[in-house]
Ligand binder design. Structure first.
Ligand SMILES: [Zn+2]
Length: 114
């Protein structure tokens, strides 16, 4: 069983990867070179491998939120969810080593490592 902090790290990698893929797909619309096509394919392969490392329940949550909002993760800053800009309950703010979702929008919350 993986620790939540490790799973969170994997989810963040998945999130970064999805942002890269989204960038490349946006480039595709404005003219795409063949080496970029190859790059996109390898990113997608990396994504598929990464997904296999993430326990299914978390991967499912991620995919569900992503389908709804495009960005599945939201940063917590000054006690606010930066996905929906709602203030989070104070008891959630001490749980930065656990995987928690925003009670308002459902995005997976992350705290930037300092
Ligand atoms: Zn939120």
């Amino acid at each position: 069983m993986k620790k939540e902090i490790d799973i969170m790290r994997l989810l963040k990698r998945l999130f970064d990867l999805d942002n890269l893929i989204a960038d490349k797909e946006a480039d595709k619309k404005i003219g795409f070179k063949i080496d970029e096509e190859v790059g996109l394919l390898s990113l997608k392969r990396e994504r598929a491998n990464l997904l296999k490392e993430i326990p299914k329940e978390y991967a499912d949550t991620y995919e569900r939120v992503k389908k709804r909002y495009t960005l599945a993760l939201a940063e917590v800053k000054n006690g606010f969810c930066f996905g929906c800009f709602q203030q989070l309950p104070t008891e959630m703010l001490v749980r930065s080593n656990e995987i928690v979702t925003c009670p308002n929008c459902g995005r997976i919350l992350f705290w930037r490592e300092e």
